[in-house]
Design a protein around this ligand. Structure first.
Ligand SMILES: Cc1cc2nc3c(=O)[nH]c(=O)nc-3n(C[C@H](O)[C@H](O)[C@H](O)COP(=O)(O)O)c2cc1C
Length: 459
């Protein structure tokens, strides 16, 4: 079998993920895995049509495709996202149609499911025959058991191709609306009350719905707000994954492009940050993703702590719950508050005017009250994963994160929680006595609610 491997790490040959691919190749030498470093080479693939065509030609000549990438900020790296966009922009979808495919990632399992959902949907959109996915922890290769599982996964792909096994789709195609937004005038303008509002947009066409939505949002305020177009910032490239920023948050791009100054001078100081993007395939644009990835020079430190956030989106957002989940997670993991998400799916300009105006009002209200909605599982679970990682295996090289987590008491391990320790000890010893056990069993419901009732009665 000949498999085209689309390698997604900007680190190229030094990729951890690639070692998983190499291991498969070594153990199953009867198959040929041809690696294309599409993330590492993205700038060449963008500029040089022939280089891109060569990758596509190899896919056409292959029996299957293995998507192999590292997790970057809830998804694939921005360079990989850009490669996926190029497939459609250059009309190369035909090369993927009906090809057997599988997805392999390495990560620390932080939102690996959203990246895999994304890739699965991309495979379905490309009309591929999706066989399986394998989300390895980056250190799984050190374990006999996991290496074994990796080979079973790889053999599954080869077998599906050999035996032409049936596959099914998980996602329906997206449908796009032709609605053209004609913004109305903003009447009751919102007083910013001194809050700094920043809109970060990837709009490339001033007549697009997105550009109009951003303008209408801007006009909702009585005072000027700042709108920055990501294409106006000199960004030399995506995150390189070198993690040299880990020690003290200094990025290798420092002094070489405009992103870090933009982040430090604008994003850090905004009370309200709105991300405004057009949906491209199953996510926002690769340019927006690049700005998220480049923000990784801050390590695992939350970017919008105590601040308001929002999204203005053009495209079929309601058909992509995976993206909606990432938006929620992005806000929760940033320790910010998602004040609103507005898309142009409503089909009525007046309604869209009202939604944008309402989001402007909510942003200022929440910002004034410093309101942060409680985290859901996305933020609670995500934080525990980060906490444990920064405490132990990621303490080096992410020493800046470690200092931040210490300073902000984020190492909130359960064994440190004194509230429950003494109580548990006392109750567990009490129920060793069968009579007491029976008595406690009967009292548990009334006793459990007592503390809550006391708060309601006294506060
Ligand atoms: C910029 C950046 C973002 C990352 N984001 C995530 C993430 O969202 N979830 C996760 O589990 N791991 C994340 N990681 C960890 C990588 O996925 C992991 O280290 C991976 O094995 C790197 O593979 P590679 O060497 O092939 O690039 C991130 C790493 C970097 C450098």
């Amino acid at each position: 079998m000949k498999i085209a491997v689309l390698s997604g790490s900007p680190k190229g040959d030094l990729s951890v993920t690639l070692q998983y691919v190499r291991f498969i190749q070594k153990k199953l030498p009867q198959h040929q895995l041809k690696v294309h470093h599409v993330s590492h080479d993205i700038q060449k693939l963008e500029k040089d049509g022939q280089a891109f065509a060569n990758v596509i030609k190899d896919i056409e000549a292959s029996d299957g495709v293995l998507w192999a990438f590292p997790l970057y900020v809830f998804l694939v790296p921005s360079q990989y996202k850009r490669f996926i966009e190029l497939i459609w922009e250059r009309g190369a979808q035909g090369a993927f149609k009906n090809k057997y495919t599988a997805v392999l990632s390495t990560s620390i399992h932080f939102f690996d499911h959203t990246a895999h959902n994304y890739m699965r949907a991309i495979c379905d959109d490309l009309d591929m025959k999706f066989v399986d996915s394998f989300s390895a922890d980056m250190d799984d290769l050190f374990l006999d058991e996991m290496r074994n599982r990796l080979l079973i996964f790889a053999q599954g792909l080869f077998e599906a191709i050999e035996k032409k096994l049936p596959t099914s789709k998980a996602y329906s195609p997206l449908t796009y609306s032709k609605f053209r937004y004609a913004p109305g005038k903003a009447k009751d303008k919102v007083d910013t009350r001194g809050m700094k509002v920043l809109v970060l947009t990837d709009s490339q066409d001033k007549d697009s719905n997105l550009a109009r939505m951003v303008k209408r949002f801007q006009e909702s305020f009585a005072q000027p707000i700042e709108v920055v177009n990501l294409y106006d910032i000199n960004i030399r490239g995506g995150c390189l994954g070198c993690v040299q920023c880990g020690f003290d948050n200094i990025c290798v791009y420092e002094g070489k492009d405009g992103y870090i100054d933009f982040f430090n001078n604008k994003v850090r100081h905004a009370d309200i940050t709105i991300y405004a993007s057009t949906i491209k395939d199953r996510f926002m644009s690769a340019r927006m993703k690049m700005s998220w990835d480049r923000g990784f020079f801050n390590g695992h430190v939350p970017a919008h702590m105590g601040k308001q956030m929002g999204f203005i989106v053009s495209g079929p957002l309601s058909q992509i719950p995976n993206l909606r989940q990432i938006m929620d997670a992005w806000a929760e993991m940033s320790l910010g508050n998602l004040a609103g998400v507005v898309s142009d799916e409503c089909q009525e300009s007046a309604q869209l005017d009202a939604l944008l105006q309402n989001m402007a009002t909510r942003c200022i209200e929440y910002s004034t009250q410093v309101y942060i909605r409680p985290k859901t599982f996305l933020g609670v679970g995500g934080y525990k994963l980060f906490r444990d990682a920064i405490w132990a295996r990621l303490r080096f090289p992410f020493t800046a994160d470690y200092r931040f987590y210490r300073k902000h008491n984020l190492f909130d391990f359960p064994q440190k929680d004194k509230r429950y320790g003494a109580f548990n000890k006392q109750m567990i010893s009490m129920i060793k006595n069968p009579e007491m056990k029976e008595m406690v069993r009967k009292m548990i419901k009334t006793e459990m609610v007592k503390g809550y009732q006391k708060v309601v009665d006294t506060k």
